[in-house]
Design a protein around this ligand. Structure first.
Ligand code: CS2
Length: 492
């Protein structure tokens, strides 16, 4: 069947929105590393809005660092794809035109570096997921022994990691007397801008300290908080869009209607007026980040591990069990909220009510398995930060500890019925062998998992109250399973 493309735009059904702007007249100003579903449904949508509103040279060059898939999906479609906003009330479909160029980095690393050195590129943004930063999740420091980093430091002109590309691009500009592009992380990491600045400088320092000084002096790494629930696209989604358009859209993305973007307003060479598309430009993103990471993402991880173990396939299915909904509420109210320095003007009760509604979205098939991925990289900022603060304050953290216990049971790789779990995590191999070596007595399992320093640091293994709570929860999970354990928690 024919693919969606520029020449087919006038054949689309009326219900499909299209922004009326001349794409050819918008030069590329943003290069984005990691053009997955999330970027296409989030930053690209805001950018599409501002291009429609005001034009300008802010179109996006979307880069894939690992797989050619997205390029293969987008190129035959002239970069066009649909974003389908979906909830119980139905679908809203819109074509996004902001991506006008794609690059598959491994195909020609030096060509990507040259593109990054082009003065027209004023912003390089990233959604490369937590593990794409090659950092130690507990300390936030660059892992100089990461195999990708080791290799990139040996051949810095032809890198493979996001950090390697950022520094190679910045170095080329430094040598060419061109101002540095702004580096804008859009991943779910705390103080993502500041942390990424640290990683980039640490790597540059290894190559040339004066390059690192220049980045320190001239560079900008704004932090951002990004929010939109975007499950992986399924074959079912592709079939539905084919029926709607009477065309094939290989790059379609399905997401919830909600979107939020809070950006620290610090750019070296200007930026699109994203505020006209609803983004919030602020001086300090930290309170927004903590609120989102601990309330939304912390709850998400809880629903993912406990929900998966309980046999639920999606977040909405998990939320349909009233005990799980109560547990999420209690975690948010009693454990996470007291640790937050709330951003001014935020109605926190309304925010939490809205989160519950978003998790319940019955039309979105957000798999617990998808969210459960890469837990070793996610737990520190989502849940361990809450636990640390509550330990200090003498406040409650039992539900967060139960989530850590559920993660531990999950990463052993065996579910409640003895079936295998397909654990996706950079530490999966090590976590599975630790479980195999120690057996599954709660004390032994918890003892060996708490020793994984890049997750738990050197403080949490020695926090007696925390260890006891996790051990108790691991015991309950093995004795009575996730559903009963959750029921017991909310009954107490
Ligand atoms: C999720 C996030 O997969 C996950 O870990 O918690 O992708 C979440 O859906 C987004 O951060 C929502 O903004």
């Amino acid at each position: 069947m024919t693919r969606l493309s520029a020449s087919r735009m006038h054949h689309l059904p009326q219900s499909v929105k299209q922004s009326a702007y001349d794409r050819a007249s918008c030069g590329v100003g943003i290069l984005h590393l990691g053009i997955g579903a999330f970027h296409r449904a989030h930053q690209a949508v805001y950018t599409d809005d501002i291009l429609a509103e005001a034009g300008g040279d802010w179109a996006i060059c979307g880069v894939s660092l690992r797989q050619r898939t997205v390029q293969e999906q987008l190129d035959p479609q002239d970069g066009l794809y649909c974003v389908v906003e979906r909830d119980g009330a139905g679908d809203n479909c819109r074509v996004i035109g902001a991506v006008t160029e794609t690059i598959f980095a491994p195909g020609d690393p030096a060509a990507l570096v040259a593109r990054m050195a082009d003065p027209a590129i004023r912003i390089v943004s990233l959604t490369v997921t937590e593990k794409g930063y090659c950092h130690d999740p507990a300390s936030g420091q660059l892992k100089l022994d990461d195999p990708g980093i080791v290799q990139d430091l040996k051949a810095p002109a032809t890198p493979s990691t996001a950090i390697g590309y950022l520094v190679a691009g910045l170095a080329a500009r430094w040598r060419g007397g061109i101002a540095p592009f702004t580096v804008m992380s859009c991943d779910n990491l705390p103080h993502n801008g500041r942390m990424l600045a640290g990683l980039v400088k640490a790597y540059a320092q290894e190559l040339d300290p004066s390059l690192s000084d220049w980045i320190e002096r001239e560079g900008a790494f704004p932090s951002t908080m990004v929010d939109r629930i975007v499950p992986a696209t399924t074959d079912e989604d592709r079939t539905a869009i084919r029926e709607l358009l009477d065309l094939e859209d290989e790059a379609v993305v399905v997401c919830e209607p909600f979107r939020q973007w809070v950006i620290e307003d610090r750019f070296t060479m200007g930026r699109p007026a994203w505020e006209t598309a609803g983004a919030q430009l602020v001086e300090d993103v930290a309170p927004f980040e903590d609120m989102k990471l601990r309330l939304l993402n912390g709850s998400h991880s809880m629903l993912a591990y406990l929900g998966y173990l309980a046999g639920y396939e999606t977040v909405a299915e998990t939320m349909a069990n009233p005990d799980f909904e109560k547990l999420v509420r209690r975690y948010m109210d009693e454990e996470a909220t007291p640790t937050l320095a709330l951003p001014g003007g935020v109605d926190i009760e309304g925010y939490k009510d809205q989160l519950i509604e978003r998790f319940r979205n019955p039309a979105l098939k957000h798999r617990t398995w998808q969210i459960a991925m890469d837990g070793s990289q996610k737990l520190p900022q989502r849940l361990l930060s809450v636990i640390r603060q509550q330990l200090k304050a003498g406040g409650p953290f039992e539900i967060a500890a139960l989530t850590v216990a559920a993660w531990m049971r999950y990463v052993t790789g065996q579910d409640e019925r003895g079936g295998a779990i397909d654990v996706r995590d950079p530490l999966a191999g090590r976590l599975a062998s630790l479980a195999a070596e120690t057996g599954s007595t709660p004390t032994a399992l918890v003892g060996s998992y708490l020793g994984v320093e890049e997750v738990f640091g050197d403080d949490l293994p020695n926090a007696e109250a925390f260890r006891t709570a996790v051990e108790a929860s691991v015991s309950h999970l093995y004795e009575m399973g996730a559903r009963q354990t959750v029921a017991k928690h909310v009954a107490s």
